[in-house]
Design a protein around this ligand. Structure first.
Ligand code: ATP
Length: 368
C-alpha cells in the first residue's frame, strides 16, 4: 500500500473526514473547490496536523494521533510541487536543482542528477535563470528539484493550473514518464477530469470533505455519477490500445483495443506503441441493430452489463466489449424506447469528434 489515509480535521466551518487507501503510482485527488484536497495534501506533507487519525506512506506511519506520532515535515521525505514553481530567482536551474539534494543526507542520496535532468528534458536549461523559463519549463525544474531530494512520495498540488492548454500538453508526457518509471509514487491534486483521465492510475473523489469514491482510474471514471456537474461531461471509459497501423492516405491511425479496432486522426506514435484512450460517455451512441450507412468509423459490438442512474434524464449504460468495459450516457427515454436491459447485445458508435488530443494520451504498458 502506497498511501493509507484516515483522518478527521475541522477548520472553521469545514469538516474533513477522509478515509482512503491507494496503491496507485499516480493517485489523483479530485473534487470541486473547497472539497478538502489541499487540506489532505497538507496533512500528508506535514504542513497541517490533523485533529484525529492516521497517515502512512509506503508502510511508514507519519501521523497517528492514537499513538501520538507526528513525524516533522522535514523528516517525512515528501517532495512538493506547487501551482507556481517557487524556484529561487537568483539561482540558475542547475543550482535550483542541486538545492533539492542539499537536505538529503549523503548516504541516502539515490536520485541521479543526469537521470532526472534527462527524464524531464531540462539539460539545455541548466545555465538559465528561472525568469527566462516558460511556465512549463519552470514546473519541470520544480519537479526535478523535488525528485533530487529523494522523496518517498511526490505531492503535486495543481501543478499545471496556471498553465494554458498548450503548456499543459507539453508537460504531460514528462509526468507520464515519471509515473511509468515508478520510482516515486505521486499524489496529484486536480480539478480537471481530462487531466486525471490522462495521468491517474488511481482516483480519490472528494466532496465537501468526504471521499465519495476511490479506486483504480478506469473503475472510477466509468461511474460518471460520482463526478460533479463540471466534470460530468468529461467522464467515461479509459481503455488501453496499441497502434496497429497508419493510413497516411486518409490521415488516420488504426488502434487495436480489446474492444475492437478504433480509427482515429493520424497520431505521431510508432506502430506497436501503447496508449490510453478515453471514451467519454457522452460521445457514445447505442444502436440495437448493426448500423449501416453511417459516417462514423468506429462501431464496437458489446453486451449491456448494467444500467446506472446518472443525472436527471440520463442513464449510464455499462457495456462489456470484448474484455473492455465502456460506458455510454443515454437518455431515460432511449432506454425505454430501445428496450435497453442487461444482457442485450448492442453496438456502440463512437462519434469521430471524440478523438481529440485530450482523449489520446501516451502511456507505458503498465500505466493502467
Ligand atoms: N485555516 C483555515 N480556517 C478555516 N477554514 C479553512 C482554513 N483553511 C481552509 N479552510 C476551508 O477548508 C475547506 C477546504 O479547503 P481546501 O483548500 O482543502 O479545499 P480544496 O479542495 O483544495 O479547494 P481548491 O480546489 O479551491 O484549492 C474550504 O472550505 C476552506 O475555506
Amino acid at each position: 500500500m502506497i498511501l493509507d489515509v484516515d483522518i478527521r480535521h475541522r477548520q472553521g466551518a469545514f469538516a474533513l473526514e477522509a478515509r482512503f487507501q491507494s496503491s496507485g503510482r499516480l493517485t489523483a485527488l479530485f473534487g470541486p473547490s473547497g472539497s478538502g484536497k489541499t487540506t489532505i495534501v497538507n496533512a500528508i506533507g506535514g504542513l497541517l496536523r490533523p485533529d484525529h487519525g492516521r497517515i502512512a506512506v509506503q508502510g511508514r506511519v507519519l501521523v497517528s494521533t492514537a499513538q501520538d506520532v507526528h513525524v516533522p515535515k522535514h523528516r517525512r521525505r515528501i517532495g512538493y510541487v506547487f501551482q507556481e514553481g517557487r524556484l529561487f530567482p537568483h539561482l540558475d536551474v542547475r543550482r535550483n536543482l542541486m538545492f533539492g539534494r542539499w537536505f538529503t543526507p549523503r548516504a541516502e542520496r539515490r536520485a541521479n542528477f543526469e537521470h532526472v535532468v534527462d527524464l524531464l528534458g531540462i539539460a539545455h536549461l541548466l545555465d538559465r535563470r528561472p525568469a527566462t523559463l516558460s511556465g512549463g519549463e519552470k514546473q519541470r525544474v520544480a519537479i526535478g528539484r523535488a525528485l533530487l531530494a529523494d522523496p518517498q512520495l511526490l505531492l503535486m498540488d495543481e501543478p499545471l493550473a496556471s498553465l494554458d492548454e498548450a503548456r499543459k500538453a507539453e508537460i504531460y508526457p514528462y509526468i507520464e514518464r515519471l509515473r511509468d518509471e515508478g520510482a516515486v509514487p505521486i499524489v496529484l491534486v486536480s480539478h480537471s477530469v481530462a487531466e486525471i483521465a490522462r495521468l491517474a492510475t488511481a482516483i480519490v473523489v472528494l466532496q465537501e470533505g468526504r471521499v465519495v469514491a476511490s479506486g483504480p482510474a478506469p473503475d472510477i471514471l466509468r461511474h460518471t455519477s460520482v463526478f460533479t456537474q463540471a466534470g460530468l461531461a468529461e467522464a467515461g471509459a479509459l481503455i488501453e490500445a496499441h497502434v496497429l497501423r497508419h493510413e497516411d492516405r486518409f490521415g488516420l491511425t488504426v488502434l487495436q483495443a480489446r474492444a475492437g479496432t478504433l480509427t482515429v486522426p493520424r497520431l505521431g506514435h510508432p506502430v506497436g506503441s501503447r496508449l490510453r484512450v478515453r471514451l467519454r460517455a457522452r460521445d457514445i451512441i447505442l444502436s440495437v441493430r448493426p448500423p449501416e450507412g453511417l459516417s462514423a468509423l468506429n462501431v464496437l459490438p458489446g453486451l449491456i452489463a448494467s444500467l446506472d442512474e446518472a443525472e436527471e434524464a440520463s442513464v449510464d449504460v455499462q457495456l462489456a466489449c470484448g474484455g473492455d468495459l465502456i460506458v455510454a450516457r443515454v437518455t431515460r427515454k432511449s432506454v425505454e424506447e430501445l428496450g435497453l436491459r442487461p444482457g442485450l447485445p448492442v453496438h456502440a458508435i463512437i462519434k469521430s469528434v471524440a478523438f481529440d488530443s485530450e482523449a489520446l494520451g501516451g502511456a507505458g504498458p503498465e500505466s493502467m
